[in-house]
Write a protein that binds this ligand. Structure first.
Ligand code: FRU
Length: 540
C-alpha cells in the first residue's frame, strides 16, 4: 500500500525514526522533564534495544539527546530493557533497568546507573558502577521472565522496589526487593501481590491522595496521606495495562486490593492500544503523570516502509476518582498550549439518524471537547445478559453502525467528505442491568470503517463508564493526531486510544462530525474543537 506521510503524528511523542516501545524512567530534574524509552537504533521493528533519551521543559516540546543507556557491560550486553528512576534523598536520580546477559535465552538481571555529572540538568551521561548486576534471579525464579524494576520507595530505613515475573503455571507476580544502601538487595519471601493472569510486565506501584483530590504524591510518601495505593501490571498475554486500588500493609510488605475481585475485573488505564505504561511524581506541579506506549495497528511491512513504529500517548495526570473505586485521567494541562483556531457549537439537537459536520477548521490534528445531553433514558436498549459484563464483545456486536435506542451517539473523526472513511468514538446507553438502578453506559471506538486500506488491524475497543447519567449529560474529549485518536469519556473515567490509517481522510481532507445513530434526540450542549499546533518533536 502507499504510505501517506500525513499519517505521522504531530504532537504525540515520537523520535525522528525507528521503532519505540515502553516509556522508561520518566523524571523531573532541575527544570527539565526527562523521558527515556525502549528504542531500536537500527530500524522500525523491535530489536537491538537501547534507552533513547529526550528532554523537555513542558512535556510538549521535545529535544532528542543521544541514547542514555546502551549495551556495554556483561550484564546488559544483549539488551537494555525497561526500568524506572528513583530520586535519592540527596537529589541524585538513579536508574534501575533490566539487562539481558545471555545471547541464547533472554536471561534477565537488574542493573543500576548513575548520572556522571549531577550539575548537568540534561543528564546526558550515565555510568554503570562495577557492582552491577545488583539483582539476579535466584533459585525458584523464572530467569527469562524477571524484569522491569519499579521506582523504589523508602520507609523505615529500607528501600523497596518491585520486579515483574510469573510463577507456577500462570501467576503474575510482583516480587519485593529491599535494600539499605541501594547496592545490596534481598528478596522479601512473599511477593507484594500475585494473581492468575499470566506474566506481569512493567509493574507500577504508588500512593494516591484521598478520593477526589488531584494532587499527586511522591512514591516514598507514607502515613496518613498515603492511605490508598494503586498497583498496575501490564498483561503480556492480553497486551493491556490493568490496575487495582487498594491498601499497602508495610509491616507485612503486602498489597491488598479493595475489591477482592479486582484482579479479575481488570479495570484498565485505557481500553484501547496502550501498554507498558509508567507513572512518575512531578514535584514541579505536584501531580502524578502517566506515560503509556501505543504501538502501530498497521502491518509490520508498512512500519518498515514508513521508517517508524510506535508513539507515546499524551501524558495524563492521574488521581483517585471521588468514588475511590477507580482513577481519573486527564491530558496534562500543557497540551492546551497547542490549541489554535477553534469552533464552538452550542445547543444543537441531533435527530435520530442525523449527522452534523463541524466546519471552519482543519481537524486532522485537533482537540475536541463535547458535552452531550439526552432528554430521556426511556428508550435505552436492554442489555443482553450474555454480554453484560463484556464491553469489548458488546461493542463488537453493537458497533457504531448498529441502530440503538439512546445512542450510539458521538463523533466521527478523521472522516472523509463522503464518510466512507470514519472512526467513530461514541456512547451507547442500556437500561439498568438486573438489580441495578443506574443505566449502563458503554464507551466505544469503532475503527472498522477508518480506512479503505484493507490490510489493517481494526479492533473495536470499549469500556463501561461508571457514571451517574441521571441528569442526561455525558462528556467526551478526543485528541486527534493523524493516525491516533485518544479519547477520554466522562471527565477521564474511561479512556480509549486507537490507531487508524485513513487513506482519504488525511491532511485538509479530514473532517469531523457529530452523529446520532439512536432513536432518541441527542443534544450537543456544547462542543469546541481546536486546531492543534505542532510542537518541537525531537528534530522531526
Ligand atoms: C514490555 C516489554 C518489557 C521489556 C521491554 C523490552 O513491552 O516486553 O517487559 O522490558 O518490553 O523491550
Amino acid at each position: 500500500s502507499i504510505i501517506d506521510p500525513l499519517l505521522r503524528t504531530g504532537y504525540h511523542f515520537q523520535p525522528r525514526k525507528n521503532w519505540i516501545n515502553d516509556p522508561n524512567a520518566p523524571l523531573y530534574y532541575k527544570g527539565w522533564y526527562h523521558l527515556f524509552y525502549q528504542y531500536n537504533p537500527k530500524g522500525a521493528v523491535w530489536g537491538n534495544i537501547v534507552w533513547a533519551h529526550s528532554v523537555s521543559r513542558d512535556l510538549i516540546n521535545w529535544m532528542a539527546l543521544k541514547p542514555a543507556i546502551e549495551p556495554s557491560i556483561a550484564s546488559d550486553k544483549y539488551g537494555c530493557w525497561s526500568g524506572s528512576a528513583t530520586m535519592l534523598p540527596d537529589g541524585t536520580p538513579t536508574i534501575m533497568y533490566t539487562g539481558v546477559n545471555r545471547p541464547d535465552v533472554n536471561y534477565q538481571v537488574q542493573n543500576v546507573a548513575y548520572p556522571r555529572n549531577k550539575s548537568d540538568p540534561l543528564l546526558r551521561e550515565w555510568d554503570k558502577p562495577s557492582h552491577n548486576p545488583i539483582i539476579v534471579p535466584k533459585a525458584g525464579i523464572n530467569a527469562t521472565q524477571f524484569r522491569d524494576p519499579t521506582t523504589a520507595w523508602r520507609a523505615g530505613g529500607h528501600w523497596r522496589l518491585l520486579i515483574g515475573s510469573v510463577t507456577g503455571p500462570a501467576h503474575g507476580v510482583a516480587y519485593v526487593y529491599r535494600s539499605r544502601d541501594f547496592k545490596r538487595w534481598t528478596r522479601v519471601e512473599r511477593p507484594l501481590h500475585s494473581a492468575a493472569t499470566g506474566m506481569w510486565e512493567c509493574p507500577d506501584f504508588y500512593p494516591v491522595e484521598a478520593a477526589g483530590r488531584r494532587e499527586g504524591l511522591d512514591t516514598s510518601v507514607s502515613g496518613r496521606r498515603a492511605r490508598k495505593y494503586v498497583l498496575k501490571n501490564s498483561l503480556d498475554l492480553r497486551r493491556y495495562d490493568y490496575y487495582t486500588v487498594g491498601t499497602y500493609d508495610r509491616r507485612a510488605e503486602r498489597y491488598v486490593p479493595d475489591d477482592p475481585a479486582g484482579d479479575e475485573r481488570h479495570l484498565r488505564y485505557d481500553y484501547g492500544n496502550f501498554y507498558a505504561s509508567k507513572t512518575f511524581y512531578d514535584p514541579a506541579k505536584r501531580r502524578r503523570i502517566l506515560w503509556g506506549w501505543a504501538n502501530e495497528s498497521d502491518t509490520s511491512a508498512d512500519d518498515v516502509a514508513k521508517g517508524w513504529a510506535g508513539i507515546q500517548a499524551i501524558p495524563r495526570t492521574v488521581w483517585l476518582d471521588p468514588s475511590g473505586k477507580q482513577l481519573l485521567q486527564w491530558p496534562i494541562e500543557e497540551v492546551e498550549a497547542l490549541r489554535g483556531k477553534s469552533v464552538t457549537v452550542k445547543d444543537r439537537v441531533i435527530k435520530p439518524g442525523q449527522h452534523v459536520e463541524v466546519t471552519g477548521l482543519q481537524t486532522a490534528q485537533a482537540d475536541v471537547e463535547v458535552t452531550f445531553e439526552v432528554s430521556s433514558l426511556a428508550g435505552a436498549e436492554s442489555l443482553d445478559p450474555e454480554l453484560a459484563g463484556d464491553a469489548q464483545r458488546l461493542c463488537g456486536a453493537r458497533g457504531a453502525a448498529v441502530e440503538g435506542g439512546v445512542g450510539p451517539f458521538g463523533l466521527w473523526v478523521l472522516a472523509s467528505a463522503d464518510r466512507q472513511e470514519r472512526t467513530a468514538v461514541f456512547f451507547r446507553l442500556f437500561r439498568p442491568a438486573r438489580g441495578g438502578d443506574k443505566p449502563v453506559v458503554l464507551m466505544c471506538t469503532d475503527p472498522t470503517k477508518s480506512s479503505l486500506n484493507p490490510n489493517l488491524y481494526q479492533p473495536t475497543f470499549a469500556g463501561f463508564v461508571d457514571t451517574d447519567i441521571s441528569d442526561g449529560k455525558i462528556s467526551l474529549r478526543s485528541l486527534i493526531d493523524r493516525s491516533v485518536v485518544e479519547s477520554f469519556g466522562a471527565g477521564g473515567k474511561t479512556c480509549i486510544l486507537s490507531r487508524v490509517y485513513p487513506s482519504l481522510a488525511t491532511g485538509k481532507n479530514a473532517r469531523l462530525y457529530v452523529f446520532n445513530g439512536g432513536k432518541a434526540d441527542v443534544k450537543v450542549s456544547r462542543l469546541t474543537a481546536w486546531e492543534m499546533k505542532k510542537p518541537l518533536m525531537n528534530g522531526a
